[in-house]
Every structure is written in structure tokens, then in C-alpha cells.
Design a protein around this ligand. Sequence first.
Ligand code: ZN
Length: 431
Amino acid sequence: MSTSPRSGQVRPANAPTDQLSLRRANLSRTLGHLRVHGPRSRAAIAAGTGLHKATVSSLVDELLARELVRETGLEYSGSAGRPGRAVALHGAGVGALGVAINVDYIGVHGTDLAGRVLVERRIPFDATEGGPDRCVDALTEVIRRALDDLGDAGAVPVGVTVAVPGLVDIARGTVVLAPNLGWHDLSLGPRLTAALPAGLRVVVDNDANLAALAEHTYGVAAGSRDLVYLTGEVGVGGGVISDGRLLRGNDGFSGEVGHLPVDPAGRRCGCGRTGCWETKVGLAELIRAVTPDRAYGLDPEPLRVPEERVAELRRRLDDGDPVVSAAVAEVGRWLGLGGAILVNLVNPRVIVLGGYFATLAQWLVPAARPELDRLVVAGRAAHCRFVASDLGFTAAARGAAGVVVDRVIADPTSVGNPTHAVLPTTPAGSP
Ligand SMILES: [Zn+2]
């Protein structure tokens, strides 16, 4: 905390210190309020944010000029009040792009500021063929095409976030290690930035973390302050939201749950170690378990997105296939064991099952639950549930687009070209 010499009022150390940053913070507050509460009159925004009505009017004028909000029909703010025109989040001209690469696909999710989906695409892609250079080329091509599509939909792309199943140094845009992709110290962010249109901000982040943010914001666990998200892909990653915040750890490498060593006598993992959790519960392991003779039509050729392979597994479960049923039950037991480690460690309210875990949840959870109850030291006193994600394999790309939107909400002055004067005409930030 520090003390303002003029007012003598105590303010937080990170509070805005000048008029422009205060103005920016209030624009963000107004936009964030509309995002959460939907269309509202200026009077209702003032009441909800604690800002002066005159301040809100000025803020809304600027947001209108930046085309981040639009006016809708009339709204009555109270029985005695005059009707006010409601303002709604608009931002149809703002394009946010999320791209997720995994072992067997590239997923694309593009929205406008209000979250309207403008581009959604899943492309089968074997990321293990041809090395990292081919992956960078493919990502560049996919992103370029998505940017064109956003442009055709009338949105100006303001940023792209790329979700990667691995350890990411976010500040440098470097993928330190992505075992299942075979990437080491890949300078992905700078390479994409150099290949894509100038001015487009490129961010690289861990896929499970981005998916956890998506689940926390609008998935099945929306509003839950303590959750663990598990990617159910060829490998397995985790994103942890604790007390409402994403846990990143000292170097940003937290959540590597797929490499928890659970079986010293187990199979060698893509990371080079032995008996990692993902060698028990990853999709690659399940497919290996049910296709010892490749008799199940689950060969990697022709190239297919994972949903199609899992649909095949699901059909066989529905038919009561004993080999697939036994293999899925075994995965379920290991899922319960790993889940128990996570519950003992971070005590989440919900473990969100993503990717193929979600598709097969009705078979996995009954096998996982008894293991969880047996191994969690608090037993059922720890009120943790397994919940199947309804975002499926798209959670990471959605989360990736979401953080681009978050950045615009945090600083609305980063987009648009207002014709109005930016400087406030009313006392800035006056409550
Ligand atoms: Zn490993």
C-alpha cells in the first residue's frame, strides 16, 4: 500500500497513478461489467461499477467510438427513472484467434469480442512427421487462412494464442519441451511472429492451462474456484485453478501431471522417463492396449482427428467388446489413482475430464471413483467430483482465443481508433 500525498487516501500499490491509466482501467471495468452482466443502461452500469453516471457516459462514448460496444433497445432503469438506452458488448470488428496443436491435429477457434464464433476448424495433422520445421510451416499456413477468414467475417485480428502440449517459456515464446511432439527449445513465438502479418501479437502457452481457463470461464465448471483440468489426448496434461487463479509455478511449468511417476516398473514415456501417468491413461496407451494386433481399425492411417478414433472405441464399448471394456476400466483405475494424488495435493472441487476422457467418461468414472475414494487421505470429506468437459477437444483452442479477448477487455485502448477525444471530460475514475 502507498499513500497519495494530495488526498491522504490509502491506495493499493498497483493502483493506476495517472489519468490515462485510470481512464484505461475504468474503460476495462465498464467493458468487463458488460461482458459479465450483458446489456445494461448507463445508469445500471454506474450502479453496478460504483462509477459516476457522468463518468460512465463518457466511458461509453469512447467504447462506442472504438466500436467495442453498441446501443440496443430502451431499458427502464427504475420505476421513476427515465428510460435509458441499453449498451451491449459488441466488438464484431475485433478478431481473436486461438490455435491448438497436438500430436494428431491442429484446432482453430476464432471469435469476436463478444465470443461469437467466426472460425472453427479441426485439421488432422501428424505433428510427429517431418520435425518441428514442418509443424511451424503448417501452423503458419493454418493461422494465415484463419486470419483471412476472420477478415472476411469483418473482424480485424488483434492477436493469436497458440496452445502447445508441453513446457512453455511464455515470455520468450519458446517451447522448452513438448515430449509427444518431439520439440526441444523451439522458438515458436518469434518464428510465427516473423512469418505472420506485422503487428499481430503472437502468444504461446500450455494447452492444459488454456483449457483450464476456458473451463473456469464458460465450461462445465464455470465459476468453480478450485478445479483441475485434465487433457485426454495422446499425452495428458493438467491445468490447475486454485482459489480462482491459474497456478503457474516459479517457471511456469506447473501442471505436468502426465509425468507424475506412478509405476517404476512401467513403460517408457515420451519424456524419456519410466512409468509416467500418461503411459497409463494417455490415448496412445489405450489404443495400444486394444490393438495389440491392429485388428480394431484404429491404425493411425488414414490420418484422423482423435474424435474419430475415440468414436470407434465408443462403438465397441456400446457393443460390449470385452477387450475394450477391460482396457477402459484399467485406464479408469489409473485415472482414479492419479486423481487421488491431485486431490491430496490441491484439494480441487472438480476434476474436469477433457479430450477423450470426456467422451468415455461414463465408462471411466465408475472405475476411477472407487480408487479416488480409497486413496484420497480425506476420503469423501474431500468433495471432489469427476466431471466430463462439454468443450471436448476444443477447450485449449477456445481458451487460447479467450485470452486474446481478455487482453482487449483489460486494455480497451489497445484496439479501435476513436474519433472522440480520449482524455476524459469528467473527473477520471471518480466513484
Ligand atoms: Zn513422462
